[in-house]
Design a protein around this ligand. Structure first.
Ligand code: NAG
Length: 334
């Protein structure tokens, strides 16, 4: 995986990206695929467009596919514009994530965006999650619906990772902020990671009596990626020295949540969040230490799913009601 770190600085392309809100035109340092990434698996199912900046990943009965960044990064802003497969996509998972699982098998870190397919007519769900230093026994999943159909057009999905926070963005809306707390200890991702994008058959993971298996009658499933941004501190895997990218265009990279964005984040979460581990009383009698309980979110989730987000007393012994959500009970175990 080494050897690519000289490439990062030299061949960034600057392309105007229209933020989907239509409110602003920003210029992100977009990168050609080959300058930042390399195919990971399912070669024949990965197609690079003639412009060199967009990529198709497909899933058919033979294989899924994926790509990985040349470099390891310690902190930065990582982004891709993604268009998901349309129609019947049950069992299909598209993931855009950071991990160092290949280097640290027992104590890996991970930051995930996962797109969980659905049956025709039902919306895609997106899931975010983090692991730090092998904290796989504590899932920190959240799931959301979206305010648009992500298979209809490209939308930008971004991760900002610093040593004090992780922010997930959809277009220019931050949807989740994890502030590092002392009590999180090693559970906050803190070792260099590579970026991945994959499409794969999650039938065995997302089963619900076989009902949600991938149906290859509708294959190939194609996810499109463009506007790739890898803006961070690339780390030499041997010497572990970080080289930060100070490319032009960096001034448009967000560094935190503005007050206006915080309002947007609040209303997004109240409207579209369908699951948060912080409120899952079946799973955590006491929420993990970094959780900041928002009474409005708690109330809304409780109405949405009183079994999972209730007070854990009235509904004892009725766990089977939970199975409605369990096809989404997804954890990132790649
Ligand atoms: C991470 O895990 C390793 C091995 O389990 C442990 O030795 C180390 O102290 C942990 N680091 C942090 C920051 O918790």
């Amino acid at each position: 995986m080494g050897g690519g770190h000289m490439v990062l600085c030299c061949s960034l392309l600057f392309v105007a990206v229209m933020a989907s809100s239509g409110s602003a035109t920003t210029t992100l340092p977009i990168m050609a695929f080959e300058d930042g990434y390399t195919p990971l698996f399912g070669d024949h199912n990965l197609a690079i467009h003639r412009d060199g900046k967009s990529v198709h990943l497909s899933l058919d009965e033979r294989t899924g596919s994926g790509f990985v960044s040349h470099d390891l990064y310690l902190h930065g802003y990582f982004s891709a514009s993604i268009k998901l497969p349309a129609d019947y996509t049950a069992g299909v998972v598209v993931a855009f994530y950071m991990s160092n699982g290949d280097m640290f098998q027992k104590n890996h870190d991970e930051i995930d965006f996962e797109f969980l397919g659905n049956i025709r007519g039902k919306d895609w769900r997106i899931q975010t999650n983090v692991y730090g230093n092998g904290s796989t026994s504590i899932g920190r999943e959240e799931r959301y619906g979206l305010w648009f159909d992500p298979s209809e057009d490209f939308h930008q999905y971004s991760i900002l990772w610093t040593d004090s926070k992780i922010i997930f963005y959809v277009d220019d809306v931050p949807i989740r902020e994890i502030k590092r707390t002392k009590s999180m200890g090693g559970d906050f991702p803190s070792k260099p990671m590579t970026l991945y994008a994959t499409i794969w058959d999650a039938s065995d993971w997302a089963t619900n009596g076989g009902k949600y298996r991938v149906n290859y009658k509708y294959a190939p499933y194609v996810a499109e990626f463009s506007d790739l941004v890898l803006h961070g501190c690339a780390v030499d895997p041997i010497e572990l020295v970080a080289k930060c990218d100070n490319a032009q265009g960096a001034e448009v990279i967000p560094s935190g949540v503005t007050p206006l964005q915080r309002t947007k984040m609040g209303s997004f979460r109240l409207k579209h969040m369908t699951y948060s581990y912080c409120y899952d009383t079946l799973r955590y009698k006491i929420p993990p230490p970094e959780c900041v309980i928002n009474p409005q979110e708690a109330e809304r989730l409780r109405k949405f799913d009183p079994v999972t987000f209730g007070n854990g007393r009235r509904h004892r012994g009725k766990r089977h009601h939970h199975s409605r959500g369990s096809q989404e009970q997804a954890s990132a175990s790649f």
